[in-house]
Ligand binder design. Structure first.
Ligand code: ADP
Ligand code: MG
Length: 622
């Protein structure tokens, strides 16, 4: 058993709080803990014996939220208000996903900018962070119900390829759900921990983690030594998974039964039923030879050999990715010491056989593949709780470090609980035309507005060459050395001008103060995130107003009077929306201004480009 502390103020026994491990998946999410008696990782199951919560959020007409199996029932009947695969949108701008926009049957808002995507349901706009937080709230509620104790601390897993923005979004979702996120852990690292790999300090190993989930495939090659996990390479296909196996089966049955496309479109319930039957068949065939069932008067049959034929090419594609991952890591299959199977779809025998054959060894598949990531997260949580004496906790940053950006927002560069030494960097740009200086204010803390955090230092980067707004590239980098000294550097990349400062983040900061700052960040999480969303909406709206106004002034000659009038009106509407402080209204009016200006902006662009090109070709030929 872990330590039991006595609360001096009340004299009561204080049981050490459990830290949970969470796999926040694209298709399914779940929670695991280290069992206090057996000291083994276990997933938390409801009475129905089910640990997996489908990562699906449904909104009813009143805006009421349901998550999980219940929400899944609305997937086909109410596609506009049933949000699945939100993990794919975390930390993404519309530009990042526009080629795949047809994948999402709900409305992902296109601002045509680099700003983060929003999802529109009815009149409301949700960020992926908010939507993920609904899933986490549900998981937290379940865990508290099962454990009969409050749950406020968690480790959450993310894919190894997640970038800084995606990791930060995941942290924010946790915070919004009332969770103190102690660490974000890579999914393949968690899977390795679940199998006990990397738990001994003297072990050095190269591990391949093959993760085939519902909609995504990842292969990661890790090098483990001295308890440190290094990602050597990642590869995969973000649009390949068990759902594609289901689609292949549905297509097979539709062809066999001569069901027409129109018939399916007209009968959404038939489409839904076929999809569910296909998944049932697939799962059944993981342990049996023949599947037989019925849907709307059609007998549906499939045997294992037929199924394997249907998915053969898909499985081959994953093997090709494994080859690429090995090549990127400059390894061959012989260099791999262990292969770990992750994701529900690796239950399919053909998948297991193919992977085992490719790597030339038996794969680890003793643990449930859809639970192994959560189990490993629980192992990591236990290490962070200090319960595992074999693990020395390295020095970490107790609070997040970041700088102030537009509207007084905190932009975190080094999240709390990061091992030191550590470094991080990010690019920023100017806000005004001809802006020649930039103020870098360094803060510490977990709140979204810097005014609620602790200011560490401030300096000015001057001498930025005159450029239009948004053109300058200023790289801000944070470097914490082993002694805990933070060096902040800002460099303008075109001119090379730079400025830096050294600070001691821990100076004059007591444990009690750290604790207080953490508590406050959780208590104020939802209002903080609301303010952040509002500030971001306002900033974005203001930028759009500025650029559109500039565009109008410059290109009036190419525009019709009614276009100018309509745009001016839309600008005015957006301005009054800004005064309203209503985030949804600001998004709506931003979207309308975008819709009005986009067509002729493109037209004028084309004209301007063709003008520029003619100019260029004349010049070239001289
Ligand atoms: P994710 O990591 O994407 O959240 P999971 O690891 O939970 O997803 O995998 C979900 C996928 O696993 C689904 O496509 C599901 O149909 C598939 N799956 C679950 N059990 C089985 C099984 N017994 N046989 C084949 N596929 C399965
Ligand atoms: Mg997964």
């Amino acid at each position: 058993m872990g330590k039991i502390a006595i609360n001096i103020a009340t004299g009561s026994l204080q049981q050490q709080e459990m830290i949970v491990g969470i796999d926040l998946g694209t298709t399914n999410s779940l929670v695991a803990i280290i069992h206090p008696e057996s000291r083994k990782p276990v997933v938390l199951k409801e009475h129905d014996g089910n640990a997996l919560v489908p990562s699906i959020v449904h909104f009813d007409h009143m805006g009421l939220v349901t998550v999980g199996d219940e929400a899944k029932n609305y997937l086909i009947a109410e596609p506009q208000s049933t949000i699945f695969s939100v993990k794919r949108l975390m930390g993404k701008s519309y530009n990042d996903i526009k080629e795949r926009s047809s994948f999402f049957s709900y409305k992902v808002i296109d601002d045509n900018t680099e700003s983060l995507v929003k999802i529109q349901v009815g009149e409301k706009f949700y960020s992926p962070v908010e939507l993920s937080s609904y899933i986490l709230i549900e998981l937290k509620k379940r865990a508290e119900h099962i454990l009969k104790t409050p749950v406020t601390k968690a480790v959450i897993t993310v894919p190894a390829y997640f970038n800084d923005a995606q990791r930060q979004a995941t942290r924010d979702a946790g915070k919004l759900a009332g969770l103190d996120v102690l660490r974000i852990v890579n999914e393949p690292t968690a899977a390795s921990l679940a199998y006990g790999l990397g738990m001994r300090n003297d072990e050095t190993k190269t591990v391949a983690v093959y993760d085939l989930g519902g909609g995504t495939f990842d292969i990661s090659v890790l090098h483990i030594s001295n308890g440190i996990f290094e990602v050597l390479s990642t590869n995969g296909d973000t649009y390949l998974g068990g759902d594609d196996f289901d689609h292949a089966i549905v297509k097979h049955w539709i062809g066999q039964k001569g069901i027409k496309e129109e018939e399916l479109n007209a009968h959404k319930s038939l489409a839904q039923e076929l999809r569910l039957k296909a998944e049932e068949a697939k799962k059944y065939l993981s342990n049996n030879e023949n599947f037989k069932s019925e849907a709307a008067g059609n007998t549906l049959e499939l045997n294992k050999a037929e199924f394997q034929k249907l998915i053969h090419a898909l499985v081959d594609k994953t093997i090709q990715c494994c080859k690429n991952a090995l090549a990127d890591a400059q390894l061959t299959s012989k260099d791999i010491d262990e292969v770990i199977m992750v994701g529900g779809s690796t239950r399919v025998p053909l998948v297991k056989e193919s992977v085992s054959k490719f790597f030339g060894r038996k794969v680890h598949d003793d643990l449930n593949p859809d639970e192994v990531v959560a189990l490993g997260a629980a192992v990591q949580a236990d290490i962070l709780a200090g319960n595992n004496k074999d693990f020395l906790l390295l020095d970490i940053t107790p609070l997040s470090l970041g700088i102030e950006t537009m509207g007084g927002l905190m932009d975190v560069l080094i999240p709390r609980n990061t091992k030191i030494p550590s470094k991080a960097g990010r690019q920023y740009t100017t806000q005004k035309d001809g802006q020649n200086g930039m103020r870098i204010s360094v803060f510490q803390g977990e709140r979204d507005l810097v005014k609620n955090n602790r200011k560490l230092a401030e300096f000015n980067l001057s001498g930025i060459p005159a450029m239009p707004a948004g053109f300058a590239k200023v790289e801000v980098s944070f470097l914490i050395n082993a002694d805990g000294i933070l060096k902040v550097k800002a460099k303008e990349l075109r001119s090379g001008g730079e400025q830096s400062i050294d600070v001691k983040p821990q100076y004059g900061l007591s444990d009690a103060e750290v604790e207080k700052m953490l508590m406050e960040s959780i208590q104020h999480a939802s209002e903080d995130i609301k303010i952040r969303a509002l500030v971001e909406a306002k900033t974005e709206a203001q930028q759009l107003i500025d650029t559109t106004q500039k565009f109008l002034n410059k290109n009036a000659e190419f525009l019709l009077p009614e276009e100018i009038a309509k745009t001016t009106k839309a600008i005015d509407d957006l301005r009054s929306a800004l005064d309203s402080e209503n985030k949804d209204l600001i998004h709506q009016k931003t979207e309308s201004l975008n819709e009005i200006s986009r067509p002729y902006a493109e037209r004028v662009m084309d004209m301007a480009i063709s003008k520029a090109m003619t100019g260029k070709s004349i010049k070239d030929s001289i």
